[in-house]
Design a protein around this ligand. Structure first.
Ligand code: ACK
Length: 300
């Protein structure tokens, strides 16, 4: 039987995700800890209209209280309808008949964008490659940003907020395509009771999220600006040398990060636009994608 994996997944063949029988899942090794529970690699037999076995990811969802289950199923209903996009981790199905609930997602083999950026670092800088990277060219970095922008344009067209956009939540496929991951169910509010302590992504948050718990597509745009900064610095932690408290105070007072070394002027002006104090002044994702389209054209 044919084996399907992220590398050869035929996106147009993926059917609307539905309740999947647990007995057709074979759970393998644990990949890590997620927002609501553990993350495992698994094999599924005939899922989402795909033939044979598909390697995928199982995210366990624990501790959904009766109160929160309404919000959970509402979100599930939205995600079922989004369809697939090459720059977004595909949602393949779910198991919600008993706890723990499972979310079944496309397996992306190359690890997070953050770890890809960090492992590409070298001490020395060499002429033709991007400053400080031994394995990633400046074109690769622009392509990462472009991929994420395309994924976010798609999600925003479906009215889906990410709420935790950062390079740690972008996965890299074998062919270096970036895929936006961990959207939809991530919540900063208290709609879902979390199993783990709530840790807010302070360094990626827009002022209105930090101080008014407000999340809109424009707060995702702010986070995208920070993600651009992470890409250019090969995975540095934003606001270097500043504590979370100092970041919050700084952001409130309009402090913006400096232009990183080796950063293209156009890219820096794009991040600065994403960090406009006024959400209405920040570009929409399709506009951001356009800016990156032209940057891709000028890269050799
Ligand atoms: O950074 P990582 O290697 O990539 O470790 C984390 C871990 O699971 C906990 O989130 C990995 N992970 C999450 N979603 C996926 C996925 N769709 N495909 C492959 N690995 C994933 C993530």
């Amino acid at each position: 039987h044919k084996r399907t994996s992220s590398a050869d997944m035929a996106y147009e063949d993926v059917k609307t995700p539905s309740e999947f029988p647990r007995d057709r899942l074979e759970i393998k090794n644990q990949l890590g800890e997620g927002e609501f529970g553990e993350v495992y690699k698994a094999e599924a037999w005939k899922i989402a209209g795909l033939p044979g076995m598909t390697t995928l990811v199982v995210k366990t969802v624990k501790g959904i209280t009766k109160d929160a289950s309404g919000a959970f199923f509402k979100e599930l209903a939205v995600l079922k309808l989004i369809g697939t996009h090459p720059n977004v981790v595909s949602f393949l199905g779910y198991c919600t008949n008993t706890e723990p609930f499972y979310l079944l997602l496309e397996y992306v083999s190359g690890g997070s964008l953050q770890s890809n950026l960090r492992t590409s670092r070298t001490q020395q800088t060499y002429g033709n490659l991007h400053g400080g990277s031994k394995s990633l060219s400046s074109r690769d970095l622009t392509k990462f940003a472009w991929d994420v922008a395309k994924g976010m344009t798609f999600l925003s067209s479906k009215k889906i907020l990410h709420r935790d956009l950062a390079t740690r939540n972008v996965l890299v496929a074998e062919d270096k395509t970036c895929k936006v991951s961990d959207f939809g169910f991530s919540r900063e509010g208290d709609e879902y009771e979390r199993t783990t302590k709530t840790r807010l992504p302070i360094r990626w948050m827009a002022p209105e999220s930090l101080f008014h718990r407000k999340y809109t597509i424009k707060t995702d745009v702010w986070a995208f600006g920070v993600l651009l900064w992470e890409i250019v610095t090969l995975g540095a932690t934003p606001y270097p040398g500043m504590s979370k408290r100092e970041v919050m105070d700084g952001v409130q007072q309009g402090y913006k990060m400096d232009k990183p070394k080796h950063c293209d002027d156009k890219l820096y002006s794009l991040m600065m636009n994403c960090w406009d104090a006024d959400p209405a002044g920040r570009p929409e994702f399709p506009k951001i994608q356009q800016s990156l389209d032209s940057l891709m054209e000028t890269e050799n």
